[in-house]
Design a protein around this ligand. Sequence first.
Ligand code: PLP
Length: 400
Amino acid sequence: MTRLARRLAQIQPSASIAITRRAAEMRREGIDVIALSQGEPDFDTPDHIARAGKRAIDEGQTRYTDVDGTPELKRAIVARFEQAHGLHYASDQISVGTGGKQVIFNAMLALIDPADEVIIPAPYWVSYPDMVRLAGGEPVCLPCPESQGFRLTPEQLEAAITERTRLLVLNSPGNPSGAGYSRDELIALGEVLKRHEQVFVLCDDIYAPITFDDWQFHSLAAVVPELVERTLTVNGVSKGYAMTGWRIGYGGGPRDLIRAMATLQGQITTNPSAISQAAAVEALSGPHDFLEERNAVFRQRRDLCAKAINAIDGLSCRLPEGAFYLFIGCDGVIGRRTPQGETLESDADVAGYLLEAAHVAVVPGSAFGLSPFFRISFAADTELLGEACERITLALSKLE
Ligand code: PLP
């Protein structure tokens, strides 16, 4: 057996990837599984963006680029940060990586020393705590229950900060909850952060383009400019532009951190794909009208699923402000028995039951650090979502 490094013992495979893989396996066995477990839009990359990628190949843009992004892409990012989010960065304050994921990991490696604490509001994106552990730090996960809209309060933040706190991770709209912070809520968190100069903030805005109703997205460093030297604002093209496979993410932040991230990336992956960078220039600088149309479809699906879920005895969910997930409370079904006589003791049991009995793949709240919940993605075909809700309703009606 291969002797693996000890650091592997600290981390888990991503739960959502594992469940999506299990659903794909079941499909190969001929079972008609509806996978609501993955975190990606079902829409295609808009044509004008895909064409820019093809053009890049035809024009021979197929070589190494600057490690942390081409000058063209950095200019497009600067302009987009400015126009869309009121964030003022220069090109040398931008780092481009292979997805937001690499940018976040680079930042954690660049910022965290052993035993540093990183505050992560729960529910959280599955990768944050494991990335902190890989960087040698200690995740400090703060439960943010549904009663506070799955959002971190200033009081919680103040109480959690210690001398060892190095970093706060903020994600709005959030995965898995879709919860978005208002401008006033960010200002209130900013007041706390201003008092603790040792704390840096990683602001993960990757879902910013996907918002609903009257909720307005705001980025922390734009509304609390005093924090701009202590914030890395992360974004990317995966979610908003339906470009998950192109693997382009980026961050804006202080120059010394950006340089450190480039040094790390230069030893890990070098530049992200040249072709994808060219397509990302078009994504950020080209027309954005498709966003409104797609958000309207997402909103219709959100409402359809929330209505169906809230009609099920034992389940409930709030309407998210953004992203494409419902984080569904399943307290009311815990303790019930399946037709096979097994008691559902946890949200992982509920997710397992839904996969086996309803053939619907969902991710349990335990993977995101808050139970008992499960997450569904409504970035799936509308008809399929309707069918998934019917299957969930039927399977849960069989519980005793
Ligand atoms: N941040 C959050 C909250 C996410 O949900 C994801 C993807 O699932 C990412 C960052 C990373 O996205 P990517 O690496 O595709 O840009």
